[in-house]
Structure formats: C-alpha cells, structure tokens
Design a protein around this ligand. Structure first.
Ligand code: NI
Length: 169
C-alpha cells in the first residue's frame, strides 16, 4: 500500500523516532509499504517519520527498483564509523523541489537490525554513504536543511513559504 509522504513542517519530521521493538509480520508489511511508497515517489530513500510514523526504520534502494539486491532495510541503525568528506547536492521527499549541497562523510559503516531483528553491519561510500547519513538523520528528527549554513537555510525556508502561498506545497 502506498502511504502518504508527509512534508515539512509536519512536526513528526523533526522529532527523534522511537526504537523498533517488535519484529513481526506487521513490521514486514510496513517495510513493504515503505518500498512501495518510495518507488511511487521515485525516491532512493525513505524513513518511517516521512510516512508519519515516529520509528527508527528506513529503507534505501539506489537502483530505484531496478536491482532487488540493492534493497536495504535498516532498523534501529547507528553509524559506527565515518571517514572522509563529500559535498554534494541532496533532495528529500519531504522537501519537494528543494536541493542543496550538504557536507557528509565520504564513507560510513552502519550497524542495524534487519526486519527479523538480526544485527548486521553494512558499509557505504559516495551516494550510498550519503543516503545512510540522510536517512539516519531523519530518524533523529534532522532534515537536511539543518545541515547547511544559516543563510542557505533562510533561502530554503523562504522558497518553501513562497510555494505554500502559491498553493504548490
Ligand atoms: Ni529525506
């Protein structure tokens, strides 16, 4: 089922998610819904708060449905290692049409649980490292425009207000 993706300024987006504790059929169903919703929106990552659920769960697929082996589910993820720097443009399904360069680690290692509750580690670099950091930020209630300069953030907020007024948000 495709869920509605919530947009800024919905407060659920800026609140840290609760840890996932039940690894049952309902969680599997939620994960399936999140992939479906993400593909419908043509995104490469989606975090549970973006469908209004304040939980530490995110899905990522850089291939956008092309390669099933690229599907990643992170439950209760933590970044356990960061290295290097990258500075690239990001977007977010909860901030449609907004794009800005964000400074991130170039390479990260993440520890997370899978949909069955098993712990695993996964490494990513470049775009995947950025997706991990962007999505895990969502679970901490941090939108990417919190990671740009105050000047750029003001411009983004002004752009959003303009779109809201025009009924385009
Ligand atoms: Ni996002």
């Amino acid at each position: 089922m495709v869920r509605k993706i919530v947009k800024y300024p919905d407060p659920v987006l800026e609140k840290p998610g609760e840890p996932v504790t039940e690894f049952d059929d309902e969680l599997q169903k939620l994960v399936d819904d999140m992939f479906e919703s993400m593909y419908a929106a043509k995104g490469i990552g989606l975090a549970a708060p973006q469908i209004g659920l304040s939980r530490r769960l995110t899905v990522i697929d850089l291939s956008v449905k092309e390669r099933p082996e690229d599907k990643i589910v992170l439950v209760n993820p933590e970044i356990i290692h960061k290295a290097g720097k990258q500075y690239e443009e990001e977007g977010c399904l909860s901030l449609p049409e907004i794009r800005e360069k964000v400074s991130r680690a170039a390479k990260v290692k993440v520890r997370a649980q899978d949909v069955k509750g098993e712990w695993f580690e996964v490494e990513g670099e470049e775009l995947l490292a950025r997706a991990f950091q962007h999505e895990i930020d969502h679970l901490d209630g941090i939108l990417f425009f919190r990671r740009v300069s105050a000047l750029k953030r003001d411009l983004i907020l002004r752009q959003i207000r303009k779109m809201q007024k025009a009924g385009e948000w």
